[in-house]
Write a protein that binds this ligand. Sequence first.
Ligand code: PLP
Length: 425
Amino acid sequence: MTTSHEWFERARLVMPGGVNSPARAFKGVGAEPVFVTRGEGAFLETVGGHRLIDFIASWGALIFGHAEPEVVDALVAAVEAGTSFGVPTPGEVEYAEIVTRLVPSMEVVRMVNSGTEATAAAIRVARGVTGRDVVVKFEGCYHGHADAFLVKAGSGLATFGEPDSPGVPTGTAGDTRVVAFNDLDAVEVALAPGDVAAVIIEGVVGNMGVVPPDAGFLEGIRALCDRHGSLLILDEVMTGFRVAPGGVQERWSITPDLTCLGKIVAGGTAAAVYGGRADLMRHVAPDGAIYQAGTLAGNPLAVAAGLATLRRLERDPGLHERLEEAGARLEAAVTVALEQNRIRGTVQRVGAMLTLFFGVEKVRNWDDASRLDREMFSRFHAAALRRGVLLPPSPFEAWFLMEAHLGDPLERAIEGVVASLEEIA
Ligand code: PLP
């Protein structure tokens, strides 16, 4: 068993699509996945022994690099001390303290095991506190796979041409009101009946490719939520600690009522966090009646990896500036290559997340994103992979920069990307 193809054949017999999460199957680019045995810094090593410069970065969960030594050391120490106790540990307290320090709108937080759990729990809190059922979400935003959110939910689903999932009860989907991203008038219409528990949003969308908010959009939503008695839930699972140390809310000076964090918050292990205003979070059990629990929530492994990651981030105030510069360098190189090769397309970037959209000029919402040239992206993806650059295997995803990319790996990746654009032109 030495090739990814062989492993994929074997995997398909025992796992849906051969994978544990749909996007990993590379169907979005009409290809087969690479199987990987290890990661180090900016690189992944495949079962066939190829080294790839990785821009999937565990779908944004990694901001420093693979097998970051500080995180590895913290994990090894945690493993040796026992992986799960089911009673409280000091580390959980320190962890909650650093999260609330980096994201000040989160006064009280609860650890869970995935971003999906975080958003589902946040919605329950919003519904429980407001006594309302309806949730407003934006077309193309993904908030995990809980029933209420699998309505016009962006990348994974768009890639497969399935706007909704069978198995989601009509009643549940009926409580989800969907509006277009960057359309403030539509938000106002959706909130006007006064029955909305919460508006949930990716402040910078990553799940239809990178789409930033128009000037005033997030501020406008905040004001509308206040006017109509609805809560604002900022889903920063992808943007948290990435677009700024304090996420979208720091960069755009927005104060949400509740926030969901995932990916980077757990340093590459399986954990996530939700939280926000103390008066809301005090309704969560056992302080209050809104039930939410987890056997492995706050387990020592997740806490160790999360703490090591967040401490390193807090210690290094220049990190995001360096990532910004690297992002700008990549964006500029790709933009020039598009022009030189007369390829219609655009690069959209916020900090260390970026998407190259083929066949469109500007993407402000899902309508725009859905018009991109999928076939061209597939050819480009394959060309880049042949040159040792692993991009997310879907045109509707963000490419993620890590600190480990800075310097030589980024320059080599740019060479590969530019040559791939020349090839497909
Ligand atoms: N919210 C956003 C914005 C995400 O990007 C994701 C996952 O990509 C989720 C929620 C769900 O997180 P998880 O995959 O950890 O369940």
